[in-house]
Structures are given as structure tokens and as C-alpha cells.
Design a protein around this ligand. Structure first.
Ligand code: FES
Length: 106
């Protein structure tokens, strides 16, 4: 298991904002949804396409993939509509020492 990766200062990621960090070869997309931080693999489960380019709906917590419009719940990774059926990999997030942290815990 790897160490935690610093994402940003606790107050640097406003609600609706996101940031990508890398844990080794793993791109992790961290999103502030309504004051809570969520981390998912930055890769659509339909095809290999980064979700960091996806519009984020700050009302529903959904990412909409730019390529074919699959939607994902950023809290659970659940695929909400076709053409994606598999959920996104979800990673742990913590706020500690004034910063947001995540890691690839697989
Ligand atoms: S690559 Fe994301 S919906 Fe097709």
C-alpha cells in the first residue's frame, strides 16, 4: 500500500471544483461535492477516456463523460446511464493537517 498523496490545501478546492493527482501510474480525480471530497479513478469505464475533462453537476454530484455522455455518481462511482455499466473505482480521501489526501489503496 502506498503513502497518501497530497491533493490540495483544505480550502483550495471549492465546492464544484476538482483536481487530478497521480499515485504512481494511477490518475485520481478528486472532486468537492457540496463540501465533501470524493476520489475516483480518472478513467471512464466505457472506454479509456479521462473524466477530469467531464462537466461536473454540482447539484446532482454527477460527472458526464465528454465522449459518449455516460454519467457517474462521484460519491459511489455508480454508472447512472449507458453506455457505461461498470462503476468507477473509488479511492479513500481524508482531510488532515489542513490538506486533502488520497491514495490508490488497491
Ligand atoms: S468513453 Fe465515456 S461514455 Fe464512452
Amino acid at each position: 500500500m502506498t503513502d497518501w498523496i497530497r491533493v490540495a490545501g483544505e480550502h483550495e478546492l471549492a465546492p464544484g471544483e476538482s483536481r487530478v493527482v497521480w499515485d504512481g501510474d494511477t490518475p485520481i480525480l478528486v472532486v468537492n461535492f457540496d463540501g465533501r471530497f470524493h476520489a475516483v479513478l480518472d478513467q471512464c469505464t466505457h472506454e479509456d477516456y479521462e473524466l477530469s475533462a467531464a462537466p461536473f453537476d454540482a447539484a446532482t454530484g454527477e460527472l458526464t463523460c465528454l465522449l459518449h455522455s455516460a454519467r457517474f455518481d462521484v460519491r459511489t462511482g455508480e454508472a447512472r446511464c449507458a453506455p457505461a455499466y461498470l462503476p468507477l473505482t473509488v479511492f479513500p480521501v481524508k482531510v488532515e493537517d489542513g490538506a486533502i489526501w488520497t491514495r490508490d489503496d488497491r
